[in-house]
Write a protein that binds this ligand. Structure first.
Ligand code: CAA
Ligand code: NAD
Length: 306
């Protein structure tokens, strides 16, 4: 299926939606804003919760821009339809700095910082506030789903929904089955994934799930190759694009994903597996400590215009 038909399918699937009609996304950063966008495009009512009003404004601006990109692809030069598409989807998105404003939803997806304690605290709160039927899900890259949900009561209505960056374009959704997820919750998650235009694959709650278990060693080896001075970062990037057909090289991808997310994910994989391929990488630690987080901070391995 090509990119355009995926975008069109997402937009036209709202009529077939059954269980999930309202979605809350906690964390309106890179991933959360994309998740909110695809849900709104699919006709669902969405609330985004983040810590500060300015972060919510940033999320809304980025969603508006990305909706316009999608609308231009779907409706080509028909300016009125482009405008209507954007306004229609954007009108379904509310924002708030209070998690309490987002608890009345069929599905709540967490996309906050990749730290176990912070995620656990949020899920414990959501579990106590959300209605009985609400499904809770984490978009974690690499933390164990069972560990994130350890303190909640509704373990049967909890799992992983792991999206890929950029969410509106990447066609995959990994549905992660924790040890206690019910068949009904799992099926609802799979159906919901399809309703927002994604192809869903399933993985047990294992370190890195499918994609990051494979991308982690690739990224780590590229960083070490650069650290050793085997080749320049530019040449490594060119090598993987032209020699392996990847859309981005490993340094472009690290900047795109966020070096902080990359560092946390490798640390968690190392803790979970003990595999030395995931051991700390000094250059990554140094860059994160200096605030060089990639595109989101304006500089990572490369520099970006704000
Ligand atoms: N929203 C809507 N549309 C977007 C978009 C967004 N956020 N980002 C890009 N696009 C669209 C562009 O408008 C463009 O559309 P047209 O082809 O119709 O012009 C198309 O996507 C391609 O974009 P660009 O021309 O700007 O640039 P590109 O051709 O280099 O593609 C890319 C950009 C899609 C990001 C591509 O480089 C790519 O696929 N990179 C690899 C991304 C990847 O590997 N992601 C997974 C990371 S791992 C992860 O996410 C998991 C984790 O836990 C960390
Ligand atoms: P990000 O830094 O862009 O956004 C995180 C957002 O969460 C920020 O806006 C922050 O203000 C907000 N936040 C933090 N704590 C909060 C709280 N307690 N309540 C409400 N909001 C809070 O990060 P991101 O890249 O969007 O990553 C979010 C999650 O998605 C992480 O778990 C990450 O591992 C995962 N993920 C990231 C990628 C990627 O490529 N960046 C891909 C897949 C999954």
């Amino acid at each position: 299926m090509n990119k355009l038909s995926v975008l069109t399918r997402a937009f036209s699937s709202s009529s077939s939606l059954n269980a999930v009609k309202t979605v809350t996304v906690v964390g309106g950063g890179l991933m959360g804003s994309g998740i909110a966008q695809v849900a709104a495009q699919a006709g669902q009512n969405v609330t985004i919760v983040d810590l500060k009003p300015e972060l919510l404004e940033k999320a809304q601006k980025s969603i508006q821009q990305n909706l316009t990109r999608v609308a231009k692809k779907v409706h080509k030069d028909d300016a009125a339809k482009v405008e209507a598409f954007v306004q229609d989807a954007a009108s379904r998105i509310k924002v708030s700095t209070k998690v309490e404003d987002g608890v009345n939803a069929d599905l709540i997806i967490e996309a906050i910082v990749e730290k176990l304690g912070v995620k656990q605290e949020l899920f414990n709160k959501l579990d106590s506030l959300a209605p009985e039927h609400t499904i809770l899900a984490s978009n974690t890259s690499s933390i164990s789903i069972n560990a994130i949900g350890a303190g909640i009561k509704r373990k049967d209505r909890f799992g992983g929904l792991h999206f890929f960056n950029p969410v509106p374009i990447m066609r995959l959704l990994e549905v992660i089955k924790g040890d206690h997820i019910s068949e009904e919750t799992y099926q609802t998650m799979m159906e919901w994934g399809k309703s927002v235009g994604k192809t869903c694959i399933t993985c047990k709650d294992t370190p890195g799930f499918v994609v990051n278990r494979l991308l982690g060693p690739y990224s780590a080896e590229a960083l070490r190759m650069y650290e050793r001075g085997d080749a320049t970062k530019e040449d490594i990037d060119i090598g993987m694009k032209l020699g392996a057909g990847y859309p981005m090289g490993p340094f472009e991808l690290a900047d795109y994903t966020g070096l902080d997310t990359n560092k946390f994910a490798l640390a968690i994989l190392y803790e979970q597996t003990g595999d030395p391929v995931f051991r700390p990488i000094p250059i990554l630690d140094k860059m994160v400590a200096e605030g060089k987080l990639g595109i989101k901070s304006g500089e990572g391995f490369y520099k970006y215009k704000k």
